[in-house]
Design a protein around this ligand. Structure first.
Ligand SMILES: C[S@@+](CC[C@H](N)C(=O)[O-])C[C@H]1O[C@@H](n2cnc3c(N)ncnc32)[C@H](O)[C@@H]1O
Length: 258
């Protein structure tokens, strides 16, 4: 289950890659724009501001996210749906998917299919985290592999569900698209917390990567898991001058169909 309020804890830091991504889309007057894995909807709304004459649709598989997104009135249509089952409808000239495809197994094949199904000159803009080898993710996998949790977390902990920028570029170029791919490591400087249990990197991860872990464990095991992880994260991301430095690598691809 996604909690829109927990996800939005670091809204400014999370939204920056979205804007860095969509800035590279060259579409001038798209007929329809789709945001796949739109989350709570604020960022999708900015697409309607940029292309006021386009039909803008946000799709997300989380009822909590769609309820939150649809609560604010506006021109964007929000729809419950799974990216894995999405097919481009006629008139879709721009597909945006920000920080969502890492949750969708087999998304590489889907991207190739979309290149073939979208109209000529359409744009696909995607961003995925490239930080699955970061200290926090490694700690989650190592703690999760321990005897206390391994059976319940079997299949929940993903080693590396994304490709690198060159891999996506080769994939989409091979499918016939023109590709601009890059990666950026943002250095988020997060206000330090008084206690390790409230460490900002831990709180960040609770909004995203830790959700499936929490869902798979009972309350007592989750508390123990979280405390162990808090110690590891505090050691990897110490406070300096009241801030915690949190490097976060992200992978960007903007492709245009032939
Ligand atoms: C990290 S959030 C990103 C939200 C938004 N795109 C943003 O940039 O703030 C990931 C979103 O992807 C959605 N998601 C994950 N798997 C999905 C799937 N298979 N189909 C549709 N949405 C999915 C989640 O529900 C969540 O809202």
């Amino acid at each position: 289950m996604w909690d829109p309020a927990v996800y939005r804890r670091f809204g400014a830091e999370r939204s920056r890659p979205f804007f860095d991504l969509v800035r590279q889309i060259g579409a001038e007057q798209p007929r329809a724009v789709v945001d796949l894995g739109c989350g709570p909807g604020e960022l999708t709304r900015t697409l309607a501001e940029r292309w006021p004459r386009a039909r803008v649709v946000g799709v997300d598989s989380s009822p909590e996210m769609i309820t939150k997104a649809a609560a604010d009135p506006g021109p964007v249509e929000f729809r419950l749906g799974d990216i894995a089952g999405w097919r481009p409808e006629p008139g879709v000239d721009v597909v945006v998917t920000n920080a969502a495809l890492q949750w969708v197994p087999g998304h590489q094949e889907m991207l190739v299919r979309w290149v073939g199904e979208l109209p000529a000159g359409a744009w696909i803009a995607m961003q995925v985290p490239g930080n699955f080898d970061s200290p926090g993710h490694r700690a989650v996998r190592e703690i999760g592999a321990g005897p206390r949790y391994a059976d319940r977390l079997d299949g929940v902990l993903r080693a590396d569900p994304v490709d690198d920028a060159a891999g996506y570029a080769a994939l989409l170029t091979g499918a016939g698209a023109t590709v601009d791919a890059w990666e950026t490591t943002y250095l988020h400087l997060l206000p330090a917390a008084r206690s390790g249990e409230d460490h900002p990197v831990l709180r960040w991860m609770e909004g995203t990567a830790l959700r499936p872990v929490r869902a798979a464990l009972d309350a007592e095991s989750w508390t123990a898991f979280r405390s162990e992880l808090a110690l590891r994260i505090a050691a990897e991301h110490p406070e300096r001058a009241g801030l915690v430095a949190f490097p976060f690598r992200r992978i960007f691809v903007v492709a245009q169909t032939a």
